[in-house]
Design a protein around this ligand. Structure first.
Ligand code: FES
Length: 281
């Protein structure tokens, strides 16, 4: 790691630091900003680009307020459809909890929960702290900010609400599961049918569940607050499953982010008439 570094710049490397004008610092004094020679900026740049693309797409779709239902498919961005101004859907898919006074896009009532869950996710926090705030941009690369208070103060201390967003995320995943099951009907509401959209919604809900259950808060709910596992064999087994998923949390975070956007895009293309849903049977 010290290749290319003037050894005399490193306190304590030779002789008495005080004699060289270097006082007892807790860290080595290195002239270079950092010693990394690899393309450390690639990961935060790619992360920022990916997240930015999703934010742009989801913002457009959330405010579009149209082309989110193509029987029997409903976009995950608009489900559950809570407002009176939702397009007519089969029983159970629109809930009509917000009356005619709600004039904005129904997606705005729903997206706050999955977006809150992802915004406060431990992985995404790391991703956007690095990608957008350079705090820090990468391991062993100092951040440009003068001081660091972490998540101990307002507003970042609010990240602790993540565990509560988890419960809402489970509810939303339950609704999206119901939507995926409805995908086995045809446009007339008859069961026993399947199209490409059915597979798109199924793949999406599998990834949504995998991401949700791989959550660190879920792992704590399942396996935390007990003194030993020997008296809780069921919880131990569940903790093992959640831990296996948790080890792939980053991968699942990206896979489910892409799948939810693809599912919405698919419904948009079918609903807008740009694409015909191929039916298998
Ligand atoms: Fe990522 Fe909970 S830690 S979803």
């Amino acid at each position: 790691m010290a290749t290319g570094t003037d050894p005399s710049a490193v306190a304590g490397s030779t002789g008495d630091p005080a004699a060289r004008g270097v006082h007892h610092a807790s860290r080595a004094a290195i002239r270079e900003r950092h010693l990394r020679r690899d393309r450390w900026w690639l990961a935060p740049a790619a992360t920022a680009a990916g997240l930015f693309a999703f934010v742009v797409y989801s913002t457009w779709r959330a405010f579009a307020n149209g082309d989110y239902y193509a029987a029997p498919y409903v976009s995950p961005f608009y489900s559950p459809c809570l407002a009176h101004n939702c397009v007519p859907m089969p029983a159970g898919a629109d809930w009509d909890l917000f009356g005619p006074w709600w004039g904005l896009s129904p997606a705005l009532l729903v997206l706050i929960f999955p977006l809150g869950f992802r915004l406060t996710c431990y992985y995404y926090r790391k991703a956007y702290y690095r990608g957008f705030w350079a705090s820090p941009p990468a391991c062993a690369v100092p951040e440009p900010h003068a001081k660091y208070t972490g998540e101990t103060r307002f507003p970042l201390i609010l990240q602790n609400v993540h565990r509560y967003f988890f419960y809402f995320a489970v509810l939303v995943a339950g609704v999206l599961t119901y939507d995926a099951v409805l995908g086995f009907r045809n446009a007339d509401g008859e069961w026993g049918h399947m199209g490409l959209g059915t597979l798109v919604l199924l793949a999406n809900i599998i990834l949504i569940w995998a991401y949700t259950l791989s959550c660190h808060s879920c792992r704590h709910i399942v396996g935390g607050r007990i003194r030993n596992f020997s008296r809780h064999p069921v919880r131990y087994r569940m903790w093992g499953w959640v831990s296996a998923l948790n080890a792939r949390h980053m991968l699942l975070a990206w896979a489910s982010l892409v799948s939810v956007a693809v599912a919405d895009l698919y419904v948009y293309l079918v609903a807008s008439g740009a694409f015909d849903d191929p039916r298998f049977f």
